[in-house]
Design a binder for this molecule. Sequence first.
Ligand code: NAD
Length: 331
Amino acid sequence: MHTVTLIPGDGTGPEIADATVAVLKAAGAPIEWEKKEAGLQAYEKGGDLLPEDVLESIKRNKIALKGPLTTPVGTGFRSVNVALRKELDLYANLRPAKTYKGIQSRYDHIDLVVVRENTEDLYAGVEHMVGEDAAESIKIITRKGSERIVRFAFEYAVRNNRKKVTAVHKANIMKCTDGLFLNVAQEISREYPQVKFEDRIVDNMCMQLVIKPQLYDVMVMPNLYGDIISDLCAGLVGGLGVAPGANIGKDIAIFEPVHGSAPKYAGKNKVNPTAILLSAVLMLRHLGETNVAEKIERALAEVLARGTCVTYDLGGKATTSEMAQAIIDQL
Ligand code: NAD
């Protein structure tokens, strides 16, 4: 039995978290949940955005499944998501994008993995106003940060029988920061001769992914490019409703969908539970529970392929809980 911290999150988070807990239970996944509130939910009850007991629970269990947390735009309110990744040094953000039969998308047979650096770059939060009419943000890239993320991408490629790693950068313009990232990627790639290595400039990478995504496999990149490219990849395979993710550190990992809290649908039992369920599947694989992970993914793939009980974003009329029940019935 594995004890896992469960943070249902804000907005539509609790609905999709409930759906996932029900599916994992029906599949017989050996998980005991430790449920915790963070973000707006905790704040509105007079607590901290990131209560100490949430951090303690994750540090103790070393593993968490998390729904989306809301970050109001342009206020002093810092992103709890970014704070969690920093506090726990979850340096690798893994975002697979795969096509499933039945989901309308521009291409078939896409199987891409974005490995995004999660702690540095413009997300280091070193930003200030320069007088009243200018603002400055500092981009930080280090050798240590680049080495560990590139190594993570190669190790992932080897473990998962992937053939190629592409480093994504803008080193033609940002010669220091992205130049360092690219140099490190080239150095580390020599330690993995069995995996093909290449690099792409980020703007070209976007175009290539839109016109010939089949040419790519695992991609590794600094934080900001990873944020953007992973949404692009989610769009290629059917949208945010089906895009899972994981934040992984040395010995702690938090699994969460790529999408946010979709507040306009909160409480409406409307959004797609697939992204968080696939995040839970990644989590089960990470825990070594491969059989139950495969069982859930197969049941989900069947429901998606049939297409009769899917949510609005996939062209269906089912509610979140109806889709979860269809997956449970399939199990
Ligand atoms: P969002 O991902 O919440 O929603 C964008 C749109 O995508 C929604 O309006 C909806 O149409 C669609 N969508 C998202 N999830 C879906 C699902 N499961 N099923 C079907 N459709 C879905 O992005 P946003 O509106 O930019 O952000 C809302 C809030 O979420 C913000 O406060 C933002 O900071 C936060 N956010 C949190 C995380 C996280 O917790 N990791 C990630 C991104 C955004």
